[in-house]
Design a protein around this ligand. Structure first.
Ligand SMILES: O=C(O)CCC(=O)C(=O)O
Ligand SMILES: [Fe+2]
Length: 213
């Protein structure tokens, strides 16, 4: 960990409630529910998703060269919704019933509707996601994104897009953890899931979104 990063538990700007932690940093709204789902239920969901989702290995073009993206994916949601990033166009597949039931639980919990989900499967510590913001026009301004994690814990780091002096926000997203990103977060901050040499096990992350059709 570098000097300008902090651990959740030691950061004075974070108020701990019984079930949620609000991360207070400028121009962001982040709420963490470390035990949104209990360990045994999360484990069962993880194995079902792992086995039953039709995982795709997508490729993207960077400077004219084709690269396989370092993780597997699935994009599910209401029919006809398209989501585009890095020259990749994803069209929704039908909801897996378990994913649909998770969507409903999260909607009730955070009183916000979602119509699609991007699911990422990090097979081990080599799989990762680079720095980006979820700021595609089809997400509208100030999107609410609900991120639910299963499997091994991975680091999730946020950095301010322009103010490089601002401390990074470093979270650990483990089994059954829900992270809500809202407000101006996607406009002002980028996030990443870096690779990790130590990690051997898989992690599955679902980001529920509302994509304007
Ligand atoms: O795996 C994660 O926690 C992040 C996923 C993500 O940033 C995304 O799907 O846009
Ligand atoms: Fe993202």
């Amino acid at each position: 960990m570098t000097d300008n990063q902090f651990q959740l538990s030691t950061q004075p700007g974070i108020q701990s409630k019984t079930q949620s932690q609000t991360i207070t940093a400028p121009q962001t709204e982040l709420i963490l529910y470390p035990e949104f789902l209990c360990a045994s239920e999360s484990l069962a969901i993880q194995s079902q998703l792992s086995a039953e989702i039709h995982w795709r290995q997508d490729s993207i073009q960077v400077y004219g060269k084709t690269h396989q993206i370092p993780r597997l994916q699935s994009f599910q949601g209401e029919p006809g919704i398209r989501y585009q990033y890095s020259n990749l166009v994803l069209e929704t597949k039908l909801w897996h019933p378990l994913v649909l039931s998770l969507k409903t639980r999260i909607e009730q919990h955070c009183q916000h509707l979602f119509n699609s989900v991007l699911i990422n499967r990090y097979r081990n510590g080599q799989d990762k996601m680079g720095w980006h913001s979820d700021d595609e026009p089809e997400l509208g301004t100030n999107p609410v994104i609900a991120s639910l994690s299963f499997g091994t814990e991975r680091r999730f780091i946020l950095r301010h897009r322009w103010d490089k002096q601002r401390p990074k926000i470093e979270l650990n997203l483990g089994q059954g953890t829900l992270l809500l990103m809202a407000g101006q977060t996607q406009h002002y901050w980028q996030h990443t899931v870096p690779s990790s040499r130590r990690v051997q096990e898989e992690r599955i992350n679902l980001t529920f979104r509302y994509v304007y059709p």
